[in-house]
Design a protein around this ligand. Structure first.
Ligand code: KG4
Ligand code: ZN
Length: 335
């Protein structure tokens, strides 16, 4: 047997996911059970409900991933599981499922950082070339990550307050859009004009950090002020203006960092990577640049899934990383 087979497991937030990948780059199966419908009426993810759903779904999702791939436990070289960051009760379901299978079948176990997974989703599309820069934009993270080799992550910039996805979800809530709000704002933004003046937080000269809470407050204030004056603001124009501000800052800082660090590739990662406006703005910026290649995963690999965890796990496994049966969920795990 020459192929490397990895089982990936992901339960850090509100998707129960399992996947089989071959030789680090080929998706054989990729099963995701979403809980979005159960959390919608609460306007966000309820940790206790998330854990209960993971308990119900985990075994079924793993079996489905194995069946679709026509793989037996004996064929698996390693189990890669998200150990953090995320909701601790949610993480523990995946970690314990992975440990049980590892113990019962004598399969090596590898703990994976959720953000490393988002970044490695790109390796399912294209082989990585170092040094590379990854713009990670999700519900919990907004980071520029520099990689000089496999498994090495240097955070050169991060949000000082809200994550980009968090800002999207909060702005969506003030516009009475359902959870998760990102895709709804994205859709509205395509229909509107960016005619409302909103701030851009550039921070200090040369800083690759981000800040979105001021922008979020500005959107809320704009709505309230208009309401008090008895004026109506078109939600699509507000969405377009908000989205423009977020995208401009993300794009400009990514281009600057890519040039400063002379990277060969720029990878887009995380749930907000599904954003149409962001994908288009980055494509326009990097299209003309000959020395830098922009990689953007398909939508299904941007939001949480287990193929990306398996992809990161494959590389870590080859590098000799192993977890013991004392592996724990770590909600604050550093990259
Ligand atoms: O990576 P992800 O699935 O979960 C985390 O690890 O956080 O990201 C979820 C986030 C949510 O905030 C959601 O609103 C946002 O990604 N999102 C979007 C879009 N699709 C998902 N934000 C903006 N535009 C989108 N099209
Ligand atoms: Zn995620």
């Amino acid at each position: 047997k020459t192929d490397q087979i990895i089982l990936g497991i992901e339960t850090s937030c509100d998707e129960t996911a399992a996947a089989i990948i071959k030789n680090g780059r080929e998706i054989v199966s990729n099963v995701v059970a979403s809980q979005i419908e159960s959390h919608k009426r609460f306007g966000g993810v309820v940790p206790e409900i998330a854990s209960r759903h993971h308990v119900e779904q985990m075994t079924l999702v793993i079996e489905e991933a194995l069946n679709q791939a026509n793989i037996q436990y004996d064929d698996i070289d390693a189990i890669a599981v998200t150990e953090g960051p995320g909701l601790v009760g949610a993480l523990l379901i995946g970690v314990n499922a992975a440990k049980a299978i590892a113990f019962a079948h004598g399969i090596p176990l590898v703990g994976v950082h959720h953000i490393a997974g988002h970044i490695y989703a790109n390796r399912l599309i294209k082989e990585m070339k170092f040094p590379l820069l990854s713009l990670v934009v999700s519900g919990g993270h907004t980071e520029l990550v520099l990689m000089e080799k496999h498994g090495s992550f240097k955070v050169i910039g991060e949000t000082r307050d809200d994550a980009a996805g968090e800002a999207y979800d909060k702005v969506a809530r003030t516009l009475n859009l359902p959870y998760p709000g990102g895709p709804h704002i994205d859709r509205l933004a395509q229909e509107g004009q960016p005619s409302i003046k909103l701030p851009r937080a550039w921070l200090e000269e040369g800083s690759y950090d981000f800040s979105f809470s001021g922008l979020k407050s500005a959107v809320i204030n704009t709505l309230h002020n208009a309401e008090q004056r008895g004026e109506k603001i078109a939600p699509e124009d507000l969405a377009a203006s908000f989205q423009n501000s977020v995208i401009e800052v993300l794009t400009v800082k990514t281009v600057q960092a890519a040039q400063q660090y002379q990277v060969k590739q720029v990878l887009l990662a995380g749930g907000v990577a599904a954003n149409k406006g962001l994908r288009q703005a980055l494509s326009e910026q990097f299209d003309g640049m000959e020395d830098v290649e922009l990689i953007i995963p398909p939508l299904s690999l941007c939001t949480d899934n287990a193929a990306m965890i398996a992809a990161a796990g494959s590389v870590l496994f080859e590098k000799g990383k192993r977890a013991g049966l004392d592996l724990n969920g770590n909600p604050g795990l550093a990259l």
